[in-house]
Design a protein around this ligand. Structure first.
Ligand code: SAM
Length: 290
């Protein structure tokens, strides 16, 4: 049984024949629009590329990637998809499925062992929405040799990830992702492109991994703690947010902001990357002097 077309009827047929039941808890909304998977695959694969896919589901996107890439490795948590993927990927000799949780998988080992001979490696996925941020952050923080990450996420998450740091639409995740990658929206995907139909629309976004961070940061962990603190309590001033979240006295935070020429009533969500980096650097120095 080969999945010829990603339409509702053929995907439904395959799943029903194998007695598959969708698991909402695993974010299972499978693509049934025949135009979306080829478009995503086109953005991330060519004959020299190794592609990591997360959550292949019934294999709709995997097949499109397999047609274009040198090698495809897909990580799927749901064991009940094993017989389905065995069938739908029967003719995809360069595609391999690893059953496991992507968040617990040693990706460095996967890259080392399965992508030898690939000139570049990309990630392409219709992400399970309940773990969008943790998966993206794992990919970015692991220092893997990834060139780009092309993922479908909920529209709202896409807007946040692709927002300008310092704008109203931005959040801690915007700054965290921006540190590692340049995010851009690629195309909109309406909710009726999936089976079952989710409540919200989606968007495919592209994260181009930076070769150098946009700001210099001496202590990355401390920088990310500052970023989280600035966005955690959005209605409070940065002085209050940083002081509360990091347990640093207000006087010290005020002094650092004032030395950097930042108004003490400023809110953290308005800071750009440079300002966040400057605060983190100066505050760290100030605490070390004590
Ligand atoms: N790629 C398919 C498509 O586009 O039709 C399915 C996408 S569906 C939104 C998300 C997939 O991720 C499901 O197959 C689900 O079982 C899988 N998944 C959920 N949690 C996962 C995890 N922690 N690790 C790996 N796969 C996971």
């Amino acid at each position: 049984m080969i999945l010829e077309l990603a339409n509702k009827k053929s995907v439904k047929n395959i799943l029903e024949k194998k007695g598959f039941a969708f698991k909402k808890s695993l974010g299972q909304n499978f693509l049934v629009d025949s135009t979306v998977a080829p478009k995503m695959a086109e953005c991330s694969a060519d004959k020299n590329t190794g592609v990591l896919e997360i959550g292949p589901g019934a294999g709709v996107l995997t097949r499109e990637l397999s047609r274009r890439a040198k090698k495809v490795v897909a990580i799927e948590l749901d064991e009940s998809l094993r017989p389905i993927l065995r069938d739908t990927l029967k003719d995809c000799e360069n595609a391999e499925v690893i059953f496991g949780d992507v968040l617990k998988t040693d990706l460095k080992a996967v890259f080392r062992e399965r992508f030898s001979g690939c000139e570049r490696i990309t990630v392409c996925a219709n992400l399970p929405y309940y773990i969008t941020s943790p998966v993206i952050m794992k990919l970015l923080e692991s220092e893997l040799p990834i060139e780009r990450v092309t993922v479908m996420v909920q529209k709202e998450a896409a807007d946040r990830i692709c927002a300008k740091v310092g704008s109203r639409a931005a959040g801690a995740v915007t700054a965290a992702i921006n540190y590692y990658a340049q995010a851009e929206p690629l195309f909109f995907v309406p909710k009726n492109s999936f089976l079952p139909e989710p409540k919200v629309d989606s968007e495919v976004i592209n994260l181009k991994i930076r070769t150098m961070p946009p700001v210099e940061v001496a202590d990355r962990e401390f920088f990310f703690r500052i970023v989280n603190a600035c966005f955690m309590l959005r209605r409070k001033t940065a002085v209050n947010s940083i002081s509360n979240a990091m347990n640093i006295d207000k006087k010290t935070v005020k002094q650092v902001l004032s030395e950097l020429g930042i108004n003490e009533t400023a809110r953290g969500e308005t800071f750009d990357m440079k300002t966040l980096a400057a605060i983190s650097g100066e505050l760290k120095k100030c605490l070390q002097k004590r």
